[in-house]
Design a protein around this ligand. Structure first.
Ligand code: MTE
Ligand code: CO
Length: 444
């Protein structure tokens, strides 16, 4: 236990709006399912410090023979493509209605509170589309490489699958993740404050291999990468990065890409903002300058206090968040708790994560779980924190292997002002109330 700060909280604390449907998560949900009470009531009304065994049907508990042990279960192929248990039906991607005008140009969020380990299941990867998800017919799919190359090429889907493959885990974070939280605590749920991130094992071809096939001319410095969706989303990508670790992929977590994630082919740009990971990739043009496309001039730039804009802010800075407890997972019992979370950095590996339970007065080093991979989510834990029922202020702080330390919002605002939307990697505070409820707050 190292003293790093003078006594901090409470001070000026601002809380957030609750946006998840009542009864949608955890305590409220279980009660509704098991006791047939209907979904109303939500977390707040429930009196949270209730042991979960009080919700169970005694007929199913030892020494009785449970319902599911008395009957033959469904046979094989009852569900040809497996789905989660019906008791997990609330674990879904969710969107925020008031955030965007249409669902085609919108975003939904990964339910981070419900996930373990560091891999995101394919069906729960958040979606961000600018013109809806394109339904590409694989036989009609083509990828064109042209511009400053010796041999312009057009690849079919099967052509791309013939190259020697590689598989790598990477996180993808939208630059706008946490964008609503710049001016204060807004959304009461880790799914909504941090859920524009996912982490997947990709399989495909190094982009370098394809560029070598085409023969990049010596004066080339940039690529334009373009999607085949109705938005035709395009971005300029520096050639150095393209030759370093970018991939043209066809699989995620062992199966073919999901339509929402760019089926049949997407670009993977490890550590860089999600916007550059072009889905339904149709064209790569090689050139000697940036294209100054809409998504790198009008969008994905941040207005600084002096009126200038930060541009080409590609790398995602180190960041972390506690995923349990969190607003969706309140503390149900006093006593020992395992604090769980995820950390990531677009610059490399996570070197350390610190956790405080008193708003930054004392910090404790978290246990990092192997494997710790570069540009990938890293799972961390603080085992056995004793919660005595008092108000507590939980935060996590990531440090990456470049020595970069995740900042507090005040430090971020001192440099960036409050006009930013993108690249908010500030430390998140969850307040645990004496009822066990958890709220998104900002410590000033
Ligand atoms: N590619 C195309 N063609 N069209 C898009 O709208 N959205 C981008 C990027 N690639 C987008 C795209 C943005 S802003 C992000 S954050 C990521 O895709 C989201 O990837 P995901 O939907 O797999 O989570
Ligand atoms: Co994005």
């Amino acid at each position: 236990m190292k003293k790093t700060k003078p006594p901090a909280p409470p001070g000026d604390i601002r809380t957030a709006t609750s946006i998840f449907p009542k009864g949608a998560v955890d305590a409220g949900r279980r009660r509704a399912l098991l006791a047939g009470l209907g979904a109303a009531g939500g977390v707040a009304a429930a009196g949270l410090i209730t042991p979960t065994r009080a919700l169970a049907d005694p007929a199913n508990l030892p020494p009785n023979v449970a319902d599911w042990s008395r009957v033959l279960g469904p046979g094989v192929d009852a569900v040809p493509y497996g789905t989660p248990s019906k008791f997990e039906k609330t674990v879904v991607r969710r969107h925020v209605e008031w955030l965007t005008a249409t669902p085609e140009s919108s975003v939904n969020f990964t339910p981070l509170y419900a996930l373990d380990g560091f891999v995101t299941p394919n069906g729960l990867c958040f979606e961000r589309h600018h013109g809806g998800a394109a339904e590409v017919i694989p036989d009609d799919y083509r990828l064109m490489i042209h511009g400053m190359v010796e041999r312009p090429l057009v690849f079919t889907y099967q052509d791309l699958r013939r190259f020697p493959p590689q598989s790598r885990f990477f996180f993808l974070e939208c630059a706008a993740n946490g964008g609503m939280e710049w001016r204060g605590a807004q959304l009461n749920g880790v799914q909504f404050t941090h859920g524009m991130v996912h982490c997947v094992q990709y399989t495909g071809v190094p982009l370098r291999t394809l560029l070598e096939e085409a023969g990049v001319k010596p004066k080339a410095k940039w690529l334009l990468v373009e999607g085949g969706d109705s938005a035709g989303m395009n971005r300029s990508l520096p050639l150095d990065k393209a030759l370093d670790d970018c991939m043209v992929v066809y699989s995620m977590n062992g199966e073919r890409l999901r339509v929402e994630q760019g089926y049949p082919i997407r670009l993977v740009v490890p550590g860089f903002e999600g916007n550059m990971w072009v889905k339904w990739l149709r064209r790569i043009e090689v050139g000697d300058g940036a294209w100054m496309a809409r998504e790198e001039t009008s969008k994905y730039t941040d207005l600084m206090p002096d009126g200038r804009a930060r541009r080409f802010t590609w790398e995602m800075d180190a960041k972390s968040v506690i995923t349990s407890p969190c607003p969706e997972l309140p503390c149900r019992q006093k006593g020992p708790q395992v604090i769980k979370g995820i950390a990531w950095s677009g610059r490399g590996k996570i070197a350390r994560v610190d956790i405080t339970v008193d708003g930054g007065r004392n910090w404790h080093q978290a246990r990092l779980e192997e494997p710790i991979l570069p540009k990938c989510l890293t799972r961390f834990y603080l085992d056995g924190w004793e919660w005595n029922g008092d108000t507590a202020y939980l935060q996590s702080r990531a440090i990456d292997d470049t020595g970069y330390v995740q900042p507090e919002m005040a430090a971020l605002q001192a440099v960036r002002g409050v006009n930013s939307i993108y690249h908010n990697n500030a430390i998140q505070t969850w307040r645990i109330n004496p009822t066990g409820e958890v709220e998104n707050v900002r410590l000033a």
